[in-house]
Design a protein around this ligand. Sequence first.
Ligand code: PPS
Length: 310
Amino acid sequence: MGLRRLFLKYLHEMEKTENTRCPLLEVRGIPLPEPIVRHFSRVEKFQAFKGDLLIATYPKAGTTWTQEIVDLILNEVDEEKCRRGPTHVRMPFLEMTSPDPNISGMAKLEKMDPPRVIKTHLPIQLVPQSFWDAGCKVIYVARNPKDSVVSYFYFDRMNLTQPEPGPWGEYLEKFMKGQLGWGSWYDHVKGYWREKQNKNILYLFYEDMKENSAREVIRISEFLGQHLSKDVVDKIVKLTTFAAMCDNPMANYSAVPDTIFDRKVSQFMRKGEVGDWPNHFSPEEDAVFEEHYHKMMADTPIPFRFSLSE
Ligand code: PPS
């Protein structure tokens, strides 16, 4: 089936999907939305092939941004080609499924010829073994936890398939306890950090991408074995700014119906900044968070930045 027909079928099925907020269940101690847990035995058996590229993140770390950069690099900055379908059709979300498993990232991936670009939020220990056996490259993007939790809060409020987030203060506590979907942010960022030398992992930071997008585009392209001219790098940077992606219907998730993304609550492309967190954390919450953060990260210090002036 062509990408366009696949997309139309997906839209039709999404519109039929009841917009119930899914509870979280666990896979090996990691909380995940119920439909994902129910079909996880299938995800574990996913067959990755050499050449497939995995883009892995904890939710809200800049996945979509990175996917757009990668798609442009791999398609010689052919703007039209990169508008052949929305992000989640061009680069499917490995573990994502709906109550109907025929509408899933796996179903889309199985119809695509390798090499494929695949999105996941799975912590490293849940990534299907075939990725490691095939020696696939992995791009991991990490974002500081304060901006991540703010972004996730807005997302959980607007995405009517995610568990009800409740009030901000309680949400922040759940984040710190690793009780949100895809589990502990701390374990997630540390898991990939520890393995980055042993496995083929390029570890990026959202803050670095904001600070100097051209530098990070070059890092990504070199990781993918491509040398880009300055003009090409500049073009990719221009096409993947927050403003450009907001205006790109194939990169801004506008294809997801309002019955699933309640855009009266928030946009998927919400703010796209480093350092929005002080608008949400009270000084007391920040003090508690800081103490907890330093305790949790003591065994694996990772140079996160909470503002671009650091
Ligand atoms: S998801 O649902 O987990 O895949 O979301 P993800 O794409 O990882 O993260 C969404 C946040 O990334 C911001 N974003 C960007 N920031 C800067 N530049 C560009 N081009 C860009 N594209 C997406 C998006 O706005 C979300 O962050 P917040 O802070 O909520 O705005």
